[in-house]
Design a protein around this ligand. Structure first.
Ligand SMILES: NC(=O)c1ccc[n+]([C@@H]2O[C@H](COP(=O)([O-])OP(=O)(O)OC[C@H]3O[C@@H](n4cnc5c(N)ncnc54)[C@H](OP(=O)(O)O)[C@@H]3O)[C@@H](O)[C@H]2O)c1
Length: 297
């Protein structure tokens, strides 16, 4: 590792799989003073372009050529290639003893990198809790984003330092909890899109043009997010279920049967979970909750 001053030591880095996330991490770390020794992708032409983008000293489509003699190796390929790419590098003795090998998948734990451990390297995962469409967007968004880490204890000081130098907010998680954590991230991002699609479809069924519906509901959505931020859950819950308004919920169900029947299962399911929140907020009685649950079954 390259010594800076005092106790500060900056590790050398190589990036295998230098697409959106790999290139962004490479760019931010390079700007923070990390030497980017090499990058590898699946083809020589993309490897060269990625190398130029992050200012790497070397590039290759044979990952082990850029990982030997390097302190930190990021494997930022698509998730379903991480294990095989790691195994291939290990087969070519591409990891130094005590090198820290990191992947950035939210769904997988560091155990997917076990071939690297067999040669004496250390395994970790570092997941930026964000969605990135482009390298430039990722370079802007990683600083200030939560970065969830787990892995071998000896690797953690280096991984924590990297999160700090990326400008990320550190969040440590148990290895065995990674899948549940990822399910939460899917709910926060993907299922939120599904929920908004549900809102827009009901708006359309009510006669609102779809492009106007999002604009119309936007202040309500943002107001609700602000309430959750300010007051937490269940206190931020408002509306007919929180008030125990059985008649209103009943008329919703009747109207949807006539005008938007395919969304009834989703409305009912969300409604049942909302009854639990209203109970937790203590704005409805157990008896009222049971009437609502029967209606929403
Ligand atoms: N994008 C996000 O929003 C986001 C957010 C958080 C975490 N992540 C995680 O970050 C990781 C990378 O995702 P990404 O979105 O950056 O993917 P990406 O943009 O598709 O980039 C994948 C990279 O892997 C390279 N690659 C493919 N096969 C390879 C191989 N056999 N050997 C070496 N390199 C290979 C590709 O090179 P070629 O161009 O030559 O194929 C490309 O450079 C994933 O684990 C993902 O879960 C992504």
């Amino acid at each position: 590792m390259q010594a800076l001053s005092g106790n500060d030591v900056i590790p050398s880095v190589s990036i295998v799989g230098c697409g959106t996330v790999g290139a962004a991490l490479g760019k931010i770390l390079s700007d923070a003073g990390y030497p980017i020794k090499g990058v590898a992708t699946s083809r020589p032409e993309t490897a060269r372009a990625a190398g130029e983008k992050v200012g790497a000293h070397a590039y290759s489509d044979r990952p082990w050529e850029v990982t030997r003699g390097v302190d930190v190796v990021f494997i930022t390929t698509p998730d379903d290639l991480i294990a095989s790419v790691c195994a291939e590098i290990a087969r070519h003795q591409g990891f130094d003893k005590n090198a820290v090998v990191i992947h950035c998948s939210g769904a997988l734990s560091s155990d997917i990198l076990s071939p690297a451990r067999r040669g004496g390297a250390l395994a970790a995962s570092l997941h930026p809790l964000q969605s990135f469409a482009t390298v430039n967007q990722a370079v802007r968004l990683v600083p200030g984003s939560f970065c969830t880490i787990e892995g071998d204890a000896e690797a953690m000081p280096v991984v924590r330092q990297i999160v700090h130098d990326l400008g990320g907010i550190l969040l440590e998680i148990g290895k065995d909890k990674k899948t549940l954590y990822h399910a939460a991230a899917v709910a926060a991002s993907n299922y939120l899109v599904t929920l908004l699609d549900f809102v827009l479809n009901l708006g359309e069924a009510a006669g609102m043009p779809r492009d106007m519906a999002f604009k119309a509901f936007h202040p309500l959505i943002m107001g609700t997010l602000n309430n959750v931020d300010a007051r937490g859950i269940p206190d931020a819950l408002t509306g007919p279920i929180a008030r125990g308004d059985v008649e209103t919920v009943s008329t919703h169900l009747k109207a949807m049967e006539e005008g938007a029947a395919s969304f009834l299962p989703l409305y009912r399911c969300l409604g049942r979970f909302t009854v639990d929140l209203a109970l937790a907020k203590k704005t409805i009685t157990r008896e009222r909750a049971d009437i609502l649950l029967k209606l929403l079954r």
